[in-house]
Design a protein around this ligand. Structure first.
Ligand code: PLP
Length: 376
């Protein structure tokens, strides 16, 4: 089996599984309890918070644990609208649904306006247009992801943060695809809010973190106890939190070598596809060394069977993800590829790598793609 769907989720590191199993057995106290069992759990949680904060170069008190990327993005956007009373949100059509749908819900419930910044055919945000929107609506919230989950396009977050500061706007960034894959300095990047998710960097599912830069704290979005410094009520997922901490540490260990190896896979895939299936088109900007090393998004020629493509690859033991531009308002295609103006007649595939993939797998994948074409 070849697993090329790492942007959807990654295999958990053995070291993480082992650590979590040990904790599950030995650290079962409630971290809010004052006895030694509780204190033991609290120490583990706070040690992990400190570790994650150090890895991302922010204050320990600015890291909050959540159930993942979706919850973090929801909490921050709702918090900005409800508690920080921001009235205008600027985002792009290529954001993850958990940002776009949340903003839509907020605008239905509160007197909030959502504006969309233009993106070009590669998926880059038009910074001049962003500057214009910000000058129209100062003190807004800008929500733009760091690395796009479908194309791997990386936005120039420091430039965006600079514009936000100039216009007294808050900058929220979904860093779900870049956390654990790039050496991030959240303070230097200029984020006011950021959101990560452990299962994208070989950690467990259902656990994530949000960075909330002081003093932009918002009120608790769940009612109950006083956990997470009164921001998120509910007993902490001790084992998940600690598993995430080990996963992040491990993902960032020897990072340059990992990036190099994975980028070689990406470059080899692009080279082979151009050689063997010359009609192929790439979505995003994958040849840019600044694109995320883990993702390649391709549009195959129309000779490929759009409906059966994924099933045929699955039969061959290859797991990738589909994505195609919308043909009509009825057909539900990829909103990202539609925004980029990708040809809806061409079947699109997102190939996403991790450190567990190899060059042989890339070659096998291209061979299978050629074979599937011949069968048509
Ligand atoms: N944001 C991005 C960019 C993602 O790729 C994903 C996962 O697909 C999410 C948010 C949602 O994260 P989670 O699965 O932790 O809720």
């Amino acid at each position: 089996m070849i697993y090329f769907d790492n942007a959807a989720s990654t295999p958990v590191y053995d070291i993480v599984t082992d650590y979590m199993n040990k904790l599950q057995k030995n650290v079962f106290g409630n971290p809010s309890a004052s006895h030694s069992f509780g204190r033991k759990a609290r120490i583990e949680v706070e040690r992990t918070r400190k570790k994650i904060a150090e890895k991302l170069n922010v204050k320990t008190s600015e890291i909050y644990f959540t159930s993942g990327g979706t919850e973090g993005n929801n909490a921050i956007l709702w918090g900005c609208a409800r508690d920080l009373e921001r009235k205008v949100f600027i985002t792009s059509p290529t954001e993850h649904p958990c940002v776009l749908n949340t903003l839509e819900s907020i605008s239905k419930e509160l007197p909030v306006q959502v504006k969309f910044v233009d993106v070009n055919s590669e998926g880059y945000v038009d910074l001049k247009h962003l500057d214009f929107l910000l000058s129209e609506s100062p003190r807004s919230v800008v929500s733009l992801m760091h690395a796009n989950n479908e194309t791997g396009v990386i936005l120039p977050v420091m430039d965006i943060a600079f514009l936000c500061k100039n216009h007294r706007a808050l900058f929220h960034s979904d860093i779900v695809q870049s956390a654990g894959k790039l050496d991030l300095d959240l303070e230097k990047s200029g984020f006011d809010f950021a959101v990560g998710s452990a299962h994208k960097f070989h950690g467990p599912k259902g656990i994530g973190f949000m960075y909330v830069k002081s003093p932009n704290f918002f009120k608790s979005y769940t009612s109950g106890g006083r956990q997470e410094r009164k921001m998120r009520a509910g007993t902490e997922n001790v084992v998940g939190i600690c598993g995430m901490g080990v996963a992040l540490e491990w993902a960032l260990y020897n990072l340059d070598a990992t990036i190099n190896n994975v980028r070689n896979l990406k470059n080899e895939l692009i080279r082979l596809l151009e050689e063997e299936i010359p009609e192929v088109k790439f979505n995003g900007d994958p040849k840019n060394e600044n694109s995320l090393h883990t993702i390649v998004n391709i549009s195959l020629p129309e000779t490929y069977d759009k409906e059966l493509l994924l099933a045929k690859l699955d039969i061959e033991g290859i797991a990738v993800s589909a994505g195609s531009a919308c043909n009509s308002g009825v057909e539900k295609g990829s909103h990202v590829l539609t925004a980029l103006g990708a040809d809806p007649a061409r079947p699109a595939l997102r190939v996403s790598f991790s450190t567990y993939n190899s060059i042989d797998e890339v070659r096998k994948f291209v061979d299978v793609l050629k074979k599937i074409k011949k069968e048509k």
